[in-house]
Design a protein around this ligand. Structure first.
Ligand code: NHW
Ligand code: EN5
Length: 388
């Protein structure tokens, strides 16, 4: 059934109930001298290229490939439209390797037709912090699908990760592969219900009129929590402490240091928004919330071309009830003109989704580890990790 994935060090479906298998690496690292030194062979019309995301030109080529060929929903109505600034942010975190930003070109025309990336990350699984690659943005041009290019690209990124003496990876996908460590549900909170209905993202509920629907999703103009403000550079140490302490409770979570928090959580216009609650009395940082900007192209609508979506990222509540904190996040997202606020049922998100009028989407997200077995399939609430 899975001619490629059956050959890889990942959990296999046949082993799913087998509790005799230990948690941890599936195969040991090989000596670096045994890592293949040359790239894998591509079919002869194609060649490898390393995509320098510092280069305006290369970043633009990647952007165009993804804009036209990346992930769509099951009915092909929407396609993710990551911005160039977002891609630069996602692909250049602390300690990144340029060699992990891999493109495939047509030799004759030099057109970029496929892409895959890795970035390094420290991920804790229970008590063990593992240096991993986070793999993302796997994309093959629509006209070159089903030619088995993806397995070659995955093997090539694996080889380049191994060259850096890293032997595990984490990735998410909307499709089921061997085998998820956990499966999450997408939830959606309408901010601009009229547009969402007009473009087919959502439907008018039974016995609902447009004006009742608009009223249902109305939000206050101003946030409610005293001391709620945008995160600033001087907050990095306090946010790092808050987040590290919070993420301890999850089975799988990133092990963020201050450099990671500075990169992944400091606000970047049009890319990442982060807010915190500073106690007006003690000036302590007690709560935190964040979301990233990922628009989708609307395919074939006369009136609208993009759907502006915010995606819940990392949130921490210690004093402000999580419901109130996330309601404030919805208020600022609405003010910034997002059409919808999306969230996965990871971490403690279950505790606010229904109350804040999120509804379940038609999409699922499966989480995977490469060369690392977990003893059980995890509940989504045991995940403390959000990939972009
Ligand atoms: S998930 C988003 C993936 N991208 C898209 O969905 C964009 C639109 N689709 C495409 O571009 C986030 C193509 O359909 C792609 C497949 C390129 C998806 N992950 O070339 P063939 C990520 O980026 C397997 C993994 O003929 P294609 C995460 C499939 O099961 N494998 O198909 C990426 C089959 O193998 P099997 C996937 O349609 C994680 C084989 O590919 C997959 O022309 C990557 C067929 O290949 C997916 N999303 O191209 C793994 N989709 O065994 C990282 C299909 O079943 C692993 N396949 O025969 C770790 C590496 C690093 C390790 C370091 C130690
Ligand atoms: C790797 N980092 O299917 C990511 N999105 O629900 C790659 N549905 O937007 C993997 N089909 O339910 C990505 N509206 C996997 C996800 C791929 C994209 C995807 C889903 C997630 C989605 C929308 C639109 C459906 C359009 C038809 C959806 C319903 C919203 C409604 C709002 C009001 C309350 C009830 C729900």
């Amino acid at each position: 059934r899975h001619k490629f994935w059956e050959t890889q060090p990942v959990g296999q479906f046949k082993d799913l109930g087998d509790t005799s298998l230990p948690e941890g690496p599936i195969e040991p690292p090989t000596p670096l001298s045994e890592v293949k030194q040359e790239p894998y062979n591509l079919p002869s019309p194609y060649e490898w290229t390393t995509c320098d995301m510092d280069s305006e030109e290369m970043c633009n080529e990647v952007y165009v490939l993804l804009t036209n060929n990346y992930v769509e929903d099951d009915e092909n109505m929407f396609r993710f439209n990551y911005s160039k600034e977002f891609l630069r942010w996602a692909l250049r975190p602390p300690g990144y390797y340029r060699s992990w930003h891999i493109g495939v070109r047509v030799k004759t025309s030099k057109k970029l037709v496929a892409f895959i990336t890795g970035v390094p990350a420290k991920i804790r699984v229970r008590d063990t912090v593992v240096i991993m690659a986070e793999i993302n943005f796997l994309c093959v041009h629509k006209k070159l699908r089903s030619k088995r290019l993806a397995p070659v690209m995955i093997k090539e990124v694996t080889r380049r990760v191994h060259m850096e003496n890293i032997w595990q990876a984490a990735y998410t996908a909307g499709v089921v592969l061997p085998t998820p460590i956990s499966t999450c549900q997408y939830w959606h909170r309408s901010l601009n219900p009229k547009k969402l209905i007009d473009v087919g993202f959502s439907r008018l509920g039974a016995r609902m009129t447009m004006s009742r629907t608009i009223k249902l999703y109305k939000l206050p103009d101003q946030t409610i929590t005293p001391g709620f403000r945008k995160m600033e550079p001087h907050d990095v140490p306090a946010v790092t402490r808050l987040l590290r302490n919070y993420l301890k409770q999850f089975v799988v979570a990133p092990d963020f240091d201050e450099n990671d928090v500075e990169h992944w959580l400091l606000p970047k216009e049009g890319v990442i928004d982060s807010f915190l609650v500073e106690s007006p009395v003690t000036h302590e940082i007690t709560d935190f919330c964040s979301f990233y900007t990922l628009p989708s192209s609307i395919l074939g609508n006369q009136n609208h071309t993009t759907l502006k979506a915010a995606y819940s990222y990392y949130n921490v509540s210690t004093k402000t009830p999580l419901i109130q904190l996330m309601n404030d996040a919805l208020i600022v997202a609405k003010k910034k003109d997002f059409d919808v606020f999306n969230a996965l049922d990871v971490m403690q998100n279950d505790s606010f989704l229904k109350e804040l009028k999120f509804g379940p989407g038609d999409g699922k997200l499966h989480y995977y580890l490469y060369n690392y077995r977990t003893k059980h399939v995890l509940r989504s609430s045991e995940l403390g990790l959000v990939l972009l």
